[in-house]
Design a protein around this ligand. Structure first.
Ligand code: V47
Ligand code: SF4
Length: 361
């Protein structure tokens, strides 16, 4: 690899990457603190191209948010409402059926289903929800409920965590989205999401899901009050669990959007930070296959550039995104397949439509 850097500290990291040696906490800090964005990006691109060449993935998916009523009320969330508050909603199983039938002519392969922690919903509702999706779209993958929701389901089901997961799996749950860990730091949790499960529990639930044979993703919410040390620590903890279970499929950095939240004074993340967060993750998370550039949060144009900064996946068509748009996202709420393929191809990559498990379709 013949690369030159403005930041001399990157030479040491390059040596490790060439020798396929694992990066440590200090290396991670150098990457996040470096102003040599192009240097960090070239290193990440080297690793990405070695694995995937010119291929870049996306999935034909549909988002479904079943309720925005949530007892956690994280400070960074513009989506959640209290029960009875103006704008609060909960979809009935029939509403869900209708939402799915509205798009039945489209080749949707993955249903991404998440919602708030709504105490009015019973465990049976969640089972019926999954079964309804599988009935209407038997060939699709149900990717649903973050580890935070799974923990809530365990609490309301009356079963053990393993039994709760087994019952969800029997109903048709196949994959778990990566949300809910936010930044694994008690300092940040105490200030921004004190009611949410802590990082140890998030990892414990993920481990139980992996043990049950379900794959999951992992995310990090960045660009608020977290430090660079906390970012690196978060990635290293994900990497350690992945060493143990191998159950994570993709990592997705989530750029904080502050509009309509209790933290609206915090400015939007910059393109510089968005790209560096993707590139650093590609280099630190050496045991994660896929790094997603989530176009909803960083915009379609920057997501396209991210394909040359370590990302190999643009997530999906989505159809109708709510959580980030409530917090002021300016991206589209969905992309057509033509548009997705144009974004990828015009960045010099080969679009590969995939299923939830990265098999080309
Ligand atoms: O956990 C909430 C985040 C997450 C805001 O697994 C916010 O493929 C930014 O997990 N600004 C849910 N982010 C989204 C999620 C996800 C998204 C795309 C793909 C996958 C996947 C998973 O959204 C939450 C939280 O971290 N979030 N509010 C906000 N204002
Ligand atoms: Fe509830 Fe999730 Fe919003 Fe937190 S981020 S308030 S858990 S919906």
């Amino acid at each position: 690899m013949n690369l030159s850097f403005i930041d001399n500290r990157l030479y040491k990291i390059k040596e490790k990457i060439v020798k396929e040696k694992r990066l440590d906490f200090k290396d991670g800090l150098i990457l996040f603190n470096s102003n040599d964005l192009i240097g960090v990006g070239r290193l990440a691109d080297h690793v990405r191209r070695k694995r995937y060449g010119k291929e870049a993935y996306y999935v034909y998916n549909q988002h479904l948010n079943y309720t925005n009523v949530c007892t956690n009320r994280c400070l960074f969330c513009a989506y959640a409402k209290d029960k009875g508050e103006n704008g609060a909603f909960t979809l009935s199983i029939n509403d869900i059926r209708e939402r799915l039938l509205e798009r039945i002519d489209e080749p949707v392969r993955e249903l991404h289903i998440v919602g708030g922690l709504n105490p009015s919903l019973s465990f049976d509702y969640y089972i019926d929800l999954i079964k309804t999706v599988k009935m209407i779209r038997p060939d699709s993958t149900v990717k649903a409920f973050t580890a935070v929701e799974i923990d809530h389901l365990y609490k309301i089901s009356g079963y053990s965590l393993d039994e709760t997961i087994a019952r969800l799996k029997d109903a048709g749950l196949a994959m778990i989205p990566g949300g809910g860990a936010e930044v694994m730091s008690e300092r940040v949790r105490n200030r921004l999401f004190p009611r949410k499960i802590d990082s140890n529990r998030w990892l414990e639930v993920m481990e139980a899901l992996h043990r049950a044979g379900l794959t999951s993703n992992a995310t990090m919410l960045y660009g608020h009050i977290e430090t660079m040390e906390e970012r690196v620590q978060h990635l290293i903890r994900l990497r350690s669990l992945q060493d143990k279970t191998g159950g994570f499929s993709a990592y997705i950095p989530l750029a904080f959007h502050s509009e309509n939240t209790k933290m609206s004074q915090i400015p939007a993340t910059t393109a510089f930070d968005d790209l560096k967060s993707i590139a650093a993750a590609r280099l630190i998370l050496d045991n994660f296959d896929h790094i997603k550039a989530y176009w909803v949060m960083i915009g379609e144009k920057l997501a396209q550039v991210a394909l040359s900064f370590g990302a190999d996946d643009l997530d999906g068509t989505i159809i109708e995104e709510k959580i980030t748009h409530m917090a002021g996202a300016k991206s589209a709420t969905g992309l057509t397949r033509t548009c997705m393929e144009h974004i990828i191809a015009s960045a010099g990559f080969k679009p590969v439509q995939r299923d939830s498990f990265y098999c080309p379709v």
